[in-house]
Ligand binder design. Structure first.
Ligand code: PPY
Length: 493
């Protein structure tokens, strides 16, 4: 068996070994091929990289990318010196004084507050960050505040039914769990927390291309065979890889393909980038400063496989490789929504990627107004074969109902569920869903709408929706960004 000291000697670009899950690997020749750049691996040259490796590499990544003879075998755990041994670090840091009992979380905003106290600062920065000045990220929720209700009275609201159907699949609520990447940054079980909660509560989960868990693990975590999942797709420059992914999803019974179209390049999430920037890294890195690109967070680095040349012309190819309904995720204008409908696609998600891509793009809920109007004018709405979804900033059932009233079939929720499981595991997600259901029942009763069909456009006053009060933040330092000092010493604290 290999001794740790032996591995530790291979700590340079010329000979670079790393330990992952107790096995030593010689990655010297792989360094230039690593999609995230050589620098990230060199930080862990001669060391155990398991903790940093796990959240961003689905199981099997090493086996698929390295020749067999580069696996050098197990490292004797007894040879790991105390100072070299990484302390068993939970994904979460301990919140001072613990976290509140789950039943004290009364709404979706609460999970964010709790998660911030338990997440490692690097994880918090990655999940919570938006693009540039985060104007769009804040606008996503603010936009719902510009829509007001016109409730009706004296209707029989004794029984409330908020169940619906998404692409022909039953859903207990007009809400789905949208795709978010790198789920293990928040919790060791990563995306499986979402699968279990979605199954228990009858919601549909959209599996991300860039999940921390493998696709198979997420599918196998279904609570029963009839549980429905969708798949979010980043189209790879290597189309063969994408075709394989699509086929795998279809074979696994996935019921919808959501193609992300708003990320030909990853947005600048500066909160995330600052964390990487202040990372002091290893001795190897320090002695080799010029070769380390400190301007990229891990997210930007691993985004290089996404094909920026993807265009409308590729949709025929996509249609030819799957029978799954295809939905474009990240549509931001009526022109593109109409084009998708005319092409016979199954729908669109009006989304700005949680405010993580183009800052000053409008909220999905605002875009919904113009999309429905344009589709109606062309007799393309309502159309059960072309559904409209919205995501971004949805935190309350009242937000969900506003979207439904304006013509959305359902809305996607991402970060709040991530925060819920980061703090409380899958029980947290179940609780979050139940809170939303309770709000749905109450709000529909107070609106005078016993079913979702009764939630009609006349129930919302959207006159202010497209009014943008443009403000200049008084101070970038204190208002927008995490304090720079939070980055110091991370992520190796
Ligand atoms: C995002 O972070 O917004 C994503 O969509 C996931 C991601 C992560 C890393 C590279 C590219 C996309």
């Amino acid at each position: 068996m290999l001794k740790f000291d032996e591995v530790a000697q291979h700590n340079s670009r010329d000979s670079c070994w790393v330990i992952v899950h107790g096995q030593a690997y010689d990655v010297t020749e792989f360094l230039p091929e690593h999609p995230g750049g050589a620098g990230i691996i060199l930080k862990y040259a001669g060391k155990d990289a398991t903790e940093e490796y796990d959240p961003i590499h689905p199981p099997g990544t090493l086996e698929e990318n390295l020749p067999k003879d580069k696996c050098l075998g197990p490292v004797d755990p007894a040879t790991i010196k105390k100072e070299d041994k990484k302390e068993e670090k939970a994904t979460a840091k301990k919140a001072e004084g613990g976290i509140p009992p789950l039943d004290q979380c009364l709404n979706l905003f609460d999970f964010e507050v709790v998660a911030k106290t338990v997440l490692k600062p690097t994880a918090w920065a990655y999940y919570s960050s938006g693009a540039d000045d985060e104007v769009t990220m804040r606008e996503n929720n603010s936009a719902f505040g510009r829509i007001w209700f016109r409730p009706r009275i004296l209707r029989d609201v004794a029984n409330i039914d908020y169940s619906t159907s998404l692409l022909g699949n039953k859903s207990s609520m007009p809400v789905y769990i949208t795709a978010t990447a790198l789920g293990k940054l928040g919790h060791p079980d990563g995306e499986k927390n979402l699968t279990v909660a979605a199954g228990k509560e009858g919601l549909i989960q959209m599996i991300p291309t860039l999940a921390s868990c493998s696709f198979d693990e997420i599918v196998d975590a279904r609570v029963n065979d009839s549980q429905v999942q969708f798949f979010q797709l980043y189209v790879n420059s290597n189309r063969k890889i994408t075709e394989k992914l699509i086929r795998k999803a279809e074979d696994a019974g996935v019921k919808g393909l959501f193609v992300t179209v708003d990320a030909p390049q990853l947005g600048r999430r500066e909160k995330d980038m600052r964390m990487k920037f202040d990372d002091t890294g290893s001795n190897v890195q320090n002695s080799n400063k010029d070769n380390v690109d400190r301007s990229q967070g891990a997210a930007r680095a691993i985004s290089s496989f996404i094909d920026p040349s993807l265009s409308w012309d590729d949709l025929n190819w996509l249609k030819s490789v799957t029978r799954m309904p295809i939905v474009l995720k990240g549509v931001q204008t009526w022109e593109d929504a109409v084009r998708a409908a005319e092409l016979g696609l199954a729908g669109v998600v009006l989304s700005n990627h949680g405010g993580r891509q183009l800052d000053f793009s409008r909220s999905g809920i605002e875009v919904l107004g113009e999309v429905v109007e344009a589709l109606k004018a062309r007799n393309l709405f309502p159309n059960p074969m072309f559904q409209i979804f919205v995501d971004g900033g949805i935190r309350r059932a009242s937000d969900v109902l506003k979207a439904v009233a304006m013509g959305a079939t359902a809305v996607g929720i991402g970060r709040p569920f991530l925060y819920a499981y980061s703090a409380y595991g899958s029980d947290g997600v179940v609780h979050a869903i139940r809170l939303l259901k309770a709000e749905m029942e109450m709000n529909m009763r107070l609106l005078g709408a016993p079913t979702l069909k009764d939630v009609v456009p006349e129930m919302v006053d959207t006159r202010a929706l497209s009014t943008h009060v443009n403000f200049t933040p008084p101070s970038h330092g204190s208002q927008i960004y995490e304090k720079l000092s939070t980055a110091v010493g991370m992520p190796n604290e």
